[in-house]
Design a protein around this ligand. Sequence first.
Ligand code: AR6
Length: 168
Amino acid sequence: MKITIFQGDITKIKADAIVNAAHPTLMGGGGVDGAIHRTAGNELIKECIELRKDKLPNGLPTGEAVATNAYNLPAKIIIHTVGPRYYSNDLDLLKNCYINSLKIAEENNCKTIAFPSISTGAYGAPIEQTVKIVKDILDNYKSDVIEEVILVLFSEKDLEVYNKSFNR
Ligand code: AR6
């Protein structure tokens, strides 16, 4: 898989799948979740309400992932995943977010997938720590379906941390 590191707004990325750092309720929120819901439009929340009624009555557990349509976004699907909140050093479940999202992308025949920096905004995880987890997963993940993973960083500072870690 080719890894591209990009600074910008994930809602503008024309990847087959974009990943949302979602709230467990799937009802939207701030940060990247808010941006995705605003841009995708009202149909997204309707699909999320149906998902909650049907498959996810208790919400989406941390580390799990679920796909929806992408509606007004240029992507084909949105993969919603819930990152861990950062309390101590425990970011174990962050691995599951990335791996489960990659698996769902493969199940949906996605050749390209864009990730935001999960858990490093409202959930408070230090990006210097999460980037090591992300790099380790991507270095070891082999896919016959996914050709490109785009890592989208919102700020220049975050971009620098990623570039340094990925030796760019
Ligand atoms: N494109 C790409 N990255 C973005 C964008 C964007 N449009 N907007 C923000 N970021 P956060 P979390 C970056 O807080 O920490 C929400 O309220 C942001 O700068 O979105 O996993 C949910 O509903 C940061 O680097 O996600 C949850 O309750 C990164 O995305 C909770 O926040 C992640 O920040 C999830 O918290």
